[in-house]
Ligand binder design. Structure first.
Ligand SMILES: C[S@@+](CC[C@H](N)C(=O)[O-])C[C@H]1O[C@@H](n2cnc3c(N)ncnc32)[C@H](O)[C@@H]1O
Length: 393
């Protein structure tokens, strides 16, 4: 075996051992040298029907490509890519990091060092906050986030951290919000509720932890997920929680709070328009898949051609413009807006949370002027949120 093969074999052995010994956190592939334009690829563990699999997400300019493998197939796939299409690979395990890089002449260099990530033990700041969401809550077990003993499963650490962070943010905003005229029941709409992780978490927090009278509805286009969530709500006797198979843009009864977490593309705008129309006290959205404005943005007026000529930077710029436009329209509608980091970028790039609370002290005219300036500078013409709000401009 050549030195080249030995180093690669050692790296693959370290990967297999980490997967076997349950110390694997993630693996990244970088320095792409194949065809096309992907950035890096990240492999993490996912459970499919309770069996661990490797999920490999390759980031392209406009979308991500996801492949899911059995553990053995995943190891073989990674083995075939390293040193060929990717010239660097880093294994993040709970006990160490292992990196294999190749020089231009394809000479390998294997190094190992202290771990930079630790999946099993939450960081001290996460531990302090996780008291809001005890891992042994029945809905967490039912949703397979925690095992039967109430311990968070290794593959669900990221999801659990996201749940904890969301509840922590929501809890803080609820305390800050003006609930002086709150009479009895609080109604919450969750647009694009998906499998319901955050919906169940919020309902449980509002009712079990805070003892509030809460009625919550998840809105989700996928009928299979709606059925799954309604069945679980019944099993858990969450009598105020239900799910509707419907489009985000459909008209609905008033709500005190509207949330939309990673609701795709303009479903976020529909949720915001719904909240504004209902005069909701709080609107929380974690946007993703912002596709509407990118094709319209030129940035030429603002001297941004140096950004927009690169497709990846243009998309990032469009994401920022889209979310800034949304935040400004919320302000123009009388909401105090915070744009905060939802979860660390280490877990997902979709990590911005727009948190809006109704307030009488917002400079609405200034926000609308800033919106118009942003629109002029970046060159977009049509915006779904404006279309839904009708007459706001
Ligand atoms: C990425 S998932 C997020 C699920 C959940 N909110 C979470 O954060 O875990 C987005 C969900 O939104 C749903 N969705 C997308 N567009 C929608 C629309 N226009 N109306 C209702 N649901 C929508 C999708 O079917 C999907 O289940």
């Amino acid at each position: 075996m050549t030195r080249k093969d030995t180093q690669k074999s050692e790296f693959i052995a370290a990967l297999a051992a980490a997967l076997e010994g349950k110390t694997f956190i993630k693996l990244t592939l970088g320095k792409f040298r194949g065809e096309g334009d992907p950035g890096k690829a990240v492999a993490t563990l996912v459970a499919l029907k309770d069996i661990p699999h490797l999920k490999l997400v390759t980031s392209f300019a406009r979308k991500d490509d996801t492949k899911t493998f059995s553990i053995n197939d995943g190891i073989n796939y990674i083995k075939s890519e390293i040193g060929e299409t990717y010239l660097s690979a880093t294994l993040f395990a709970a006990d160490r990091d292992v990196t294999l890089t190749y020089s231009r002449k394809r000479e390998p260099h294997l190094t190992s060092g202290k771990p930079t990530l630790n999946a099993s033990a939450p960081a001290a700041h996460d531990r302090a906050k996780s008291y809001l969401v005890p891992p042994d809550r029945p809905y967490l077990k039912a949703l397979q986030v925690s095992d039967a003993d109430g311990c968070v499963k290794p593959t669900m650490q990221g999801k659990y951290r996201q749940i904890c962070r969301f509840i922590e943010i929501f809890d803080g905003l609820l305390k800050e919000s003006d609930r002086s005229d709150a009479k009895g029941r609080l109604s919450i709409l969750d647009i694009g509720s998906g499998k319901g992780y955050l919906t169940f978490a919020l309902y449980d927090h509002m009712t079990t932890t805070l003892g509030l009278d809460c009625r919550m509805t998840g809105i989700e286009v996928r009928g299979d997920l709606v059925k799954l969530c309604n069945d679980l709500a019944r099993t858990l006797a969450f009598s105020g929680l239900s799910f509707d198979a419907a489009e985000a843009g459909e008209k609905r009864a008033a709500a005190d709070v509207v949330i939309a977490l990673h609701a795709c593309d303009t479903a976020t705008d529909d949720a915001m328009a719904l909240g504004i129309g209902a005069n909701a006290k709080m609107i929380l959205a974690a946007p993703c898949c912002q596709h509407e404005l990118a094709p319209q943005i030129s940035g030429a007026n603002a001297g941004l051609a140096g950004i927009t000529k690169y497709p990846l930077l243009k998309q990032r710029q469009a994401d920022l413009v889209t979310d800034a436009a949304r935040a400004l329209l919320l302000e123009a509608s009388g909401y105090k807006v915070k744009v905060i980091e939802f979860v660390s970028t280490e877990h997902t790039a979709k990590n911005i949370l727009i948190a809006a609370t109704k307030s009488g002290s917002v400079n609405r005219d200034r926000a609308m002027r800033q919106y118009q300036e942003l629109k002029r500078a970046t060159g977009f013409e049509t915006h779904h949120l404006v279309a839904q709000l009708k007459g706001v401009e």
